[in-house]
Each structure stands twice: as structure tokens, then as C-alpha cells.
Design a protein around this ligand. Structure first.
Ligand code: IMP
Length: 205
């Protein structure tokens, strides 16, 4: 059965709105103020998502009296881009590929430099979600968007690697697509759909 709401382990309020739109019918609550996220020390997307979801669940348990003794459903996601010619890099380091305080432009520039002269441009966006029920049952959902890396950035919409990522079957970069189109095909949309199927008691993809 679908839970009425789920708390997203993220400091980013936009992300909870994005997931709420993708998880039709489930209210996605931002993490309560004062809650902390752990360092993402995992060796993969799934492990990082689990660390975040567990940490937020533990904070609900530790402050149970402030929440009427109730532990809500908690979910966390982790995502990034894997590039075939770079053996899957930058992967979980996508946000800080060009350094700790790297901007999106820095990261994209570093990626284009790393691929200079390479014909194999294959890449994929990956999103993994871990959701934990009030009783502690863990669900794992995932989604990917296959594609390739353009020779130079194009388009104005989106963030991160969107200006250089061309989804399979498209000639435009994600930054040249509409928000609706991106939300229809994105790795996050696919992972959210996988989670929704599992919450409804269906099969995981
Ligand atoms: P996070 O898991 O949302 O923190 O994403 C980690 C990093 O992966 C982001 O900072 C981006 O560099 C990259 N990334 C994840 N999703 C997308 C996307 O939809 N478009 C472009 N870049 C993305």
C-alpha cells in the first residue's frame, strides 16, 4: 500500500518537490530542520543513498518524543554520471569531479578534456534510491538514462552534465530538451517509478 508521505533525506527543497511530482500521490516531505546528513563515504550510489536514509531515520528515532513517537518512511537518492571510456568515472564523484568546490562548468570542462580525441562517447546517468519503512524494511530502486557525451556544451536548461549529455535516440542534449521531456526520461524519473512500483507491491525493474 502506498504510504501517504515519505521524508526525503536531502537538504535540497527542490529535490523533494521534484520527487513528489514523480511519486504520484505520495507527499514528499523535506528533512526536518536541524537534521544532519552524513558524509557520503560509500563506495557506490546505493551505499551512499542507504547511508543518508539510515542517518535520517536514526535521527527520527533519537528524537521520537518530538515526533509523537512516530518514525516516518524515509528515502534518499544518489546519482551521477558514468562514462564508459573513463571506466565509469566520475560516478559517485560527479558533483566534485573537478575538485571539492567545483562548479558545473568546471566539471563539464574537465569531462570534455578527459574525452578529447576519444571516439567512445558512451555514458549513462544513474540514480539509486533507498527507502526505509517505519518498521525498518529497506527498498532499493534504480534508474538509468543511457546516452553519450557531446563534443561541446549546448543548450541552457538543466544543471550538472545536462549541456553535454545526449540521450540515446536523441540528437539534442538534455539542456536542449524541455523540462517535461527530461522529467519523462530521466534516471531520477525511472528510479522513482521503480520505487513507486515497489511501494504499490509490484515488481522492481
Ligand atoms: P546528486 O546525487 O543529485 O547530488 O547528484 C550528483 C551529481 O551528479 C550532480 O551534482 C551532477 O553533477 C550529476 N547529476 C546528477 N543528476 C543529474 C542530471 O539530471 N543532470 C545533470 N547532472 C546530474
Amino acid at each position: 500500500m502506498l504510504p501517504p508521505s515519505i521524508t526525503l533525506a536531502s537538504a535540497n527543497a527542490n529535490k523533494s518537490r521534484e520527487f513528489e511530482a514523480l511519486l504520484g500521490g505520495v507527499r514528499v516531505e523535506p528533512m526536518p530542520s536541524g537534521f544532519r546528513l552524513p558524509e557520503e563515504t560509500g563506495s557506490g550510489f546505493n551505499e551512499n543513498a542507504r547511508l543518508k536514509a539510515m542517518a535520517v531515520r536514526d535521527q527520527f528515532i533519537a528524537r521520537a518524543t518530538a515526533f509523537d513517537g512516530k518514525v516516518p518512511w524515509v528515502m534518499a537518492d544518489d546519482s551521477g554520471i558514468e562514462v564508459a571510456a573513463l571506466a565509469g568515472a566520475p560516478g559517485i564523484y560527479s558533483a566534485r569531479y573537478a575538485g571539492e568546490n567545483a562548479t558545473d562548468v568546471d566539471n563539464v570542462s574537465k569531462l570534455l578534456e578527459a574525452l578529447e580525441g576519444k571516439d567512445d562517447r558512451r555514458a549513462r546517468f544513474v540514480c539509486e534510491i533507498v527507502a526505509i519503512s517505519p518498521g525498518g524494511e529497506q527498498l532499493h530502486a534504480s534508474g538509468a538514462l543511457e546516452g553519450g557525451i557531446a563534443r561541446k556544451p549546448r543548450g541552457g536548461f538543466g544543471f550538472g552534465y545536462d549541456p553535454v549529455f545526449i540521450p540515446q535516440g536523441y540528437s539534442l542534449t538534455v539542456s536542449e530538451l524541455s523540462a517535461d521531456e527530461k522529467n519523462r526520461i530521466s534516471h531520477r524519473a525511472r528510479a522513482a517509478q521503480d520505487l513507486l512500483n515497489q511501494l504499490r507491491g509490484g515488481k522492481s525493474s
